[in-house]
Ligand binder design. Structure first.
Ligand code: ADP
Ligand code: MG
Length: 615
């Protein structure tokens, strides 16, 4: 039998290699843009069509390539960036593997035009599936232009693996943000077909962040970023962290090292630790942190698509990082910033740490009689008897099970009552025994002890159940806004918004689409009210983003929760006795009255036993 082992042809080998490097249109964009950065470009223009399926074009004004280099660039392991293995440890460039262009050319149709400043004419190379179709001199601008067409034209299986346009576009944006945020000195533009998505002038990191994420809510971003800055001989750290109250369900979190985006779960924990106690467990802060270290002390992941990076001084950097962030947050807390340009908006972010809320002074009048009869006096009763009856009626478990929670108090009360009128007294007793503590908790007596209810959480549960039903039955009542507000969204937010719009309409929102990235809010859910409705929608989107990424949760729940959080009573709000009773009734009518939809405890019971032990 003859020998059976042979070398694979280049085209096949490259295609296999491409499987690692080029997984989707976003990977092409990343590789091309990184090459432009390495070529010293100061302006990079990107055009995609059909979410990058049919075209990804990257044009730069970098140093260009010679004729030979333009051809060599497509060879595997062809690079101008490193010469030997040692160079791997002093990397200053984004690329070094020399396999991106070879991989792209193996699975797409590529057209390269490039010219160096010293050359009068440029070079055109056309290559597809590793075969060179054309190589000739042409007139062209200084710099380099890559057009990558019909990605995976020769690999149908991979083509089928691509996700919907929206998903592919959001991958593209993710890559775009990662390079644009750390190369703020380079101007970028991004077009989807003819539509301009981003036009980012060369600037500094802070303005770049605002230009990207605060595109239409700039003020929110200007207000929220705190500067961090430290230099030590191990690392220089600079960047921005979000004020705690701007923490979101899914914050924007970016680490960069030596100009490269990285994921670093361990350092992430260092940042979170600095926010300890300042944000809720379910929230995460925004941060953009740029580290500069000696390239010798890090190990860039050799795997082409991994973004994890190993640090020699990981623990030391961890501590420096945490301390730096803590210091920035500390300064901010001691000297609260006064923003004069808030345009009178009442800014009450939900993430304010509880310690920072100073409830307004209580104006609780212990003699207040909610039913208006002036001759009301607490009846002198046999308490034990009364209690026994009362328990049966008002034990939350029982009443919620029977659903009979909505009783009306009798309109007039005979106070000089005898035991024969106990029924009425029971009701009154329930109403009269609620007590609001610190304008935050409702205290009420039940059979087994003293029940303490968090008013904000209770109301959140009640509203959540209502909104969810409204979404499902499209029964929301709409309220017209007097001055319609314009909501402008980034591209990826708009994609998501389109998904959740029907649900929002079901709960009473009304929109008028103005163009690709803006819409007018003309009606809102009547239960929500019309103040700061834009903030609400942004919150809903923020939460929906997290939900969309997690298949175990549902968008409808996420929307209902955002709205409930927004519209619910806050800590610090004084409640009348009737309001408290009404809230308790409605809470116990909910199937799950013990926990909020996001799992927080609504009530706690100080049992009679416990109470007695204390005396
Ligand atoms: P790597 O970036 O790892 O070196 P690539 O396959 O991405 O490998 O690119 C191969 C080579 O092509 C680069 O080393 C560089 O010399 C050249 N090159 C690629 N893109 C550009 C560009 N936009 N401008 C100038 N040279 C480029
Ligand atoms: Mg490269």
């Amino acid at each position: 039998m003859s020998d059976i082992i042979h070398l694979l042809p280049d085209s096949v080998a490259n295609q296999i290699a491409a499987g690692e490097v080029i997984q989707r249109p976003a990977s092409v964009l990343k590789e091309l843009v990184e090459n432009s950065i390495d070529a010293g470009a100061t302006f990079i223009q990107i055009v995609i069509k059909d979410a990058g399926r049919t075209l990804i074009q990257v044009v730069d004004n970098g140093k260009g390539m010679s004729e030979t280099d333009a051809r060599m660039a497509f060879e595997r392991h062809a690079t101008s960036k490193i010469e030997n293995a040692d160079d791997l440890f002093s990397l200053r460039t984004m690329g070094f593997r020399g396999e991106a262009l070879a991989s792209i050319a193996a699975v797409a149709q590529v057209e390269l035009r490039t010219r160096r400043s010293e050359d009068e004419l440029g070079i055109l190379v056309e290559i597809a599936g590793t075969r060179v179709f054309k190589q000739e001199t042409v007139q062209c601008d200084l710099g380099t232009s890559f057009q990558v067409k019909n990605l995976f034209f020769n690999v149908p299986a991979r083509r089928r693996f691509l996700k919907s346009d929206n998903v592919e576009k959001s991958h593209i944006l993710t890559e775009f943000y990662r390079v644009a945020l750390v190369n703020s000195n380079i101007a970028f533009s991004l077009f989807d077909g003819d539509e301009e998505i981003f036009q980012l002038p060369a600037s500094n990191n802070k303005i770049r962040i605002e230009n990207i994420f605060g595109k239409n809510v700039k003020k929110r971003w200007q207000q929220q970023l705190l500067t961090i800055e430290t230099s030590t001989n191990i690392a220089n750290i600079h960047g921005y962290v979000g004020k705690p109250e701007y923490a979101q369900k899914s914050g924007s979190q970016y680490f960069f090292v030596n100009g490269r985006y990285m994921r670093h779960p361990y350092f992430h924990k260092a940042v979170l630790l600095a926010y300890n106690q300042m944000i809720q467990a379910s929230e995460s802060p925004n941060y953009f942190i740029y580290l500069e270290v000696d390239p010798q002390t890090i190990d860039i992941n050799i795997h082409p698509t991994k973004t994890e990076i190993k640090f020699e001084n990981e623990q030391a950097i961890w501590s420096i990082l945490s301390a730096t962030v803590k210091e920035a947050l500390g300064k901010f807390n001691v000297v609260p910033s006064i923003d004069f340009d808030q345009e009178g908006a009442v800014d009450m972010p939900t993430g304010i740490p509880i310690e920072n809320i100073r409830p307004p002074q209580t104006n609780f009048n212990p003699n207040y009689n909610p039913f208006g009869t002036t001759n009301y006096k607490r009846p002198a009763l046999n308490w034990e008897d009364l209690y026994g009856e009362f328990e049966k009626k008002n034990d939350p478990v029982e009443s919620s099970a029977t659903g009979q929670t909505n009783f009306e108090p009798p309109a007039t009360i005979s106070v000089d009552t005898s035991f024969g009128q106990q029924q009425e007294i029971d009701n009154i007793e329930l109403r009269a025994e609620n007590f609001q503590y610190k304008n935050r908790y409702i205290l009420t007596g039940i059979k087994s002890g003293l029940l303490m209810i968090d008013q904000h959480r209770a109301h959140t549960r009640v509203l959540f159940d209502q909104f969810l039903i409204q979404i499902e039955n499209s029964k929301g009542i709409s309220q017209q806004v007097l001055f319609p507000e314009i909501l402008e969204l980034s591209v990826d937010d708009m994609l998501l918004f389109e998904q959740i719009m029907p649900d929002l309409q079901h709960v009473g929102f009304e929109f008028e689409i103005l163009n690709n990235n803006s819409l007018k809010v003309i009606g809102v859910s009547a239960q929500v009210g019309t103040s700061s409705v834009l903030d609400l929608i942004l919150d809903i989107l923020e939460n929906a983003k997290k939900t969309a990424a997690d298949p175990t949760t549902h968008l409808k729940e996420s929307i209902s929760l955002s709205m409930a959080e927004y519209a619910s009573l806050k800590a610090g709000q004084h409640l009348t006795n009737e309001e408290m009773s009404d809230l308790i009734d409605r809470l116990f009518a909910c199937a799950n009255h013990n926990f909020t939809p996001d799992g927080k405890k609504i009530m706690t019971l100080l049992s009679l036993d416990e109470l007695e032990k204390r005396f």
